[in-house]
Write a protein that binds this ligand. Structure first.
Ligand code: UTP
Ligand code: MG
Length: 712
């Protein structure tokens, strides 16, 4: 039952990406490429800095927090392994008091090949005894040595203390002993804070630059679409209801913006991060990296599975919103009819159905995400568990340092975050592509109003000639057939005919809302298509059958942004249109606000305003389409008297169902089913005893009933 106001298309999803569309969007971005590049640069730096933090953590742990020299015992039995060990590391070993015992400094150990180390461990060169190396420099450091003489071994350059003895030191002494480590950790912490501060600044600038570019681009796009739409012929709007166009200019452009800001750049950042993490992890430790990535295939399959379902749910939600919108639109734009025919209950029942549909679609999406997000979380936790188990073992075996494990854990957590958001971004991308396609197809609508190469811009005299004009709205049913008649400068011509005879259509053609299909309309001997359209319309004043008022006050509605008209002129035309009296009665006179559509005025009052509006441009040709049909007879008479004065020297075409108002016209054209059937003055047509005569008889036979309309 709901009419499609163009919302149904919202259910469509595009391809996740379409390079052609993106390239076209790129054109709108071109003026802002500087901002974009800046934003991109910031993103790159941020990604790099993000990656730096776990690495710094690793450095803090391995360099300053967990540092120990290991005891080396050599049997000195001349075995080839021992020989190799000695030749490689002998130089760096620090001898202990006992023969054959040495210390392997932590930095040397960290640079050792892990496989080789395992081998040496197997041969028993490395014991489990650990020491802290200490090179005192400051006097208070020296005093520690004196305070605990039995704790330390070594000589001037290298002192060392076994780790379990170190635990027996007093807290403040321990801090002096490990002063360098504490300082090192502090510096790294400072660096991390600095990075966070820089990242904050970069993030702000990046979002700002990107939003600036995005908002400006959207602004341009809306502007372009708006001006493009304004130039399209009225026939385009017959086929595209306003609701649809509103969606184009708002929702669709919003979708594109969302894609632009929340997906494109972030996606780039995520991809960079993912690649960076993969490379870093492989560099840090290949085995551990492979173990961490072992859950990836599972995640990939899950994501694929869920993104398909999520896409379906997403599509359904958009469709349901569209249905809801169109239901709202229909229900409330026709609220009078709804209330008059007591359709409230029925409509509520229908709405409940639509509303339920929307609710269910939302719940469906929620349950999909409620399952998917924790599932990815579980998988990522699984990866972390696996890492802890495998990596922890490696740390214990001293195959990797604690710092590496900690860094791994941070990186893996960073790794899964973007994967979690992936399916959501995928959806945004798809709907944005569909929106982009709709926006561009709107911009591609090129059936513009014909513009002649050298348009005629002269002052109009007001000779109008319809020359064998035929026309149809839909290309099939002709509503005007071979219409020919002429209006000479200064003449008043009336057009009469039954409802639907084609009277208004004639005016549509004259104002070029639609183009003549066959024949031509000439003004001052020149085809109207050769006239400059602005010139044409500004010299043909039109009071339409239905009056539309814009949101604004009375004066604004009369002058319609026309700067040439001052307040005096507005009052003058209002007077001629007999609108003065009712305007003065309004609370703020000419400054009274009327809502969009002029809902606060009566139909007759609106007509009077439209009258004044048409007169205000001082047109050479005035067209009145049932211009006084809603006005009371007293005012109508006054208007006519005013008009008689006003119309001197102007050409007028008057359409009226009340034949009494047109009796004095210079010429009366009788239109019947799209054809001209009679032309002549009132007296001539009465003598002819044709259609006009019958209409006249009919109207004046049922005297005084002015509401009576004539039916054909
Ligand atoms: P008109 O609107 O020209 O009729 O429509 P009219 O003579 O002015 O009628 P009244 O007196 O104001 O009521 C002529 C024909 O064109 C069709 C209508 O269905 C009518 O049959 N038409 C009108 C369209 O197809 N599309 C339109 O946008 C307007
Ligand atoms: Mg009409």
């Amino acid at each position: 039952m709901y009419t499609d106001f163009g919302y149904m298309e919202e259910g469509k999803l595009g391809k996740p990406y379409d390079l052609k569309l993106m390239a076209r969007l790129g054109k709108f971005l071109k003026p802002y490429w500087g901002l974009m590049t800046l934003s991109l640069l910031f993103v790159l730096i941020m990604a790099g800095l993000d990656l730096l933090i776990p690495y710094l953590t690793k450095e803090a742990i391995d360099r300053y927090i967990v540092v120990a020299a290991r005891e080396v015992v050599l049997r000195e039995d001349g075995s080839p392994e021992e020989h190799r060990f000695w030749s490689q590391y002998g130089q760096k070993l620090i001898p202990k008091k006992e023969k054959g015992k040495f210390l392997l400094p932590p930095d040397v150990m960290q640079s050792m090949d892990r496989k080789e180390m395992a081998l040496f461990q197997k041969f028993g060169f490395l014991t489990e005894n650990r020491y802290y190396l200490f090179v005192p420099q400051k006097p208070e450091e020296e005093s520690i040595l004196k305070k605990y003489p039995s704790f330390f071994e070594g000589s001037d350059s290298h002192w060392f203390i076994s780790l379990h003895r170190m635990k027996e030191l007093k807290r403040e002494d321990l801090l002096v002993l490990r002063g360098k480590d504490v300082a090192g950790v502090f510096h790294i912490a400072l660096l991390v804070v600095l990075i966070l501060v820089i990242n904050f600044g970069l993030n702000f600038s990046q979002v700002y630059a990107m939003e600036l570019a995005g908002q400006k681009m959207m602004h341009d796009l809306r502007m372009k679409a708006f001006s493009h739409l304004q130039e399209l012929p009225v026939s385009f709007f017959d086929k595209n209801p306003v609701g649809r166009l509103v969606t184009r200019l708002t929702n669709d452009i919003q979708n594109v913006h969302e894609m632009f800001t929340s997906v494109l750049i972030n996606l780039l950042k995520d991809i960079l991060l993912l690649i960076g993490i993969i490379i870093l992890l492989l560099q840090l430790n290949r085995d551990l990296a492979l173990v961490s990535f072992s859950v990836l295939p599972l995640i990939f399959v899950t994501t694929l599975f869920f993104s398909r379902r999520a896409r379906e749910a997403f599509r359904e939600i958009r469709l349901k919103i569209a249905q809801m919108n169109s239901f709202f639109h229909e229900n409330f734009s026709g609220i009078k009819v709804v209330q008059l025919f007591r359709r409230e209950k029925e409509n509520s029942r229908r709405f409940e159905k639509v509303n339920d549909g929307y609710y269910l679609a939302n719940m469906k999406q929620i349950s999909i995400y409620a399952f998917f997000v924790p599932l990815v979380d579980i998988l990522s936790s699984g990866a972390i568990g696996l890492l802890l188990w495998y990596g922890g073992g490696k740390v214990i075996q001293e195959m990797i340092t604690l710092g590496v494990l900690v860094a791994f854990l941070s990186y893996i957590r960073m790794f899964f975050q973007p994967i979690r958001d992936l399916s959501e971004k995928y959806n945004i991308l798809q709907s944005a592509m569909a929106s982009l396609e709709r926006i561009f197809s709107l911009l591609d609508e090129d059936k513009k109003i014909f513009k002649p190469p050298s348009p005629k811009k002269e002052e109009m005299k007001g000779n109008i000639e319809f020359h064998h004009v035929s026309f149809s709205y839909n290309g099939e049913d002709k509503v005007l057939k071979d219409v020919s008649f002429s209006v000479r400068e200064g003449e008043t011509v009336a057009i009469v005919g039954a409802t639907g005879a084609g009277k208004t259509s004639l005016l549509h053609l004259l104002e070029r809302f639609y183009e003549v299909e066959e024949g031509a309309i000439l003004i001052d001997g020149m085809d109207i298509r050769e006239w400059d359209i602005t010139q044409l319309r500004s010299q043909i004043g039109l009071v339409m059958q239905e009056t539309f008022l814009f949101a604004g006050d009375i004066e604004e509605n009369i002058r319609l942004e026309n700067r040439k008209i001052d307040g005096e002129k507005v009052k003058e035309v209002a007077q001629v249109a007999n609108a003065e009296k009712f305007i003065q009665r309004l609370p703020h006179g000419y400054r009274t606000n009327v809502g969009e559509g002029g809902e606060t005025l009566s139909a007759g009052e609106k007509q009077l305003l439209a009258f004044a509006r048409a007169l205000s441009i001082n047109p050479k040709v005035l067209i009145l389409d049932e211009a006084t049909s809603h006005v009371d007879p007293e005012k109508e008479r006054l208007i006519q008297e005013g008009l008689a004065r006003l119309l001197k020297g102007r050409t007028a075409i008057v359409i009226a169902h009340r034949l009494s108002t047109i009796q004095h016209a210079d010429k009366i054209v009788v239109l019947h089913k799209g054809r001209v059937r009679e032309i002549g003055t009132h007296a001539e047509l009465m003598v002819e005893k044709g259609i006009y005569f019958r209409l006249y008889q009919l109207q004046f036979g049922i005297k005084e009933d002015r509401g009576q309309r004539l039916e054909g």
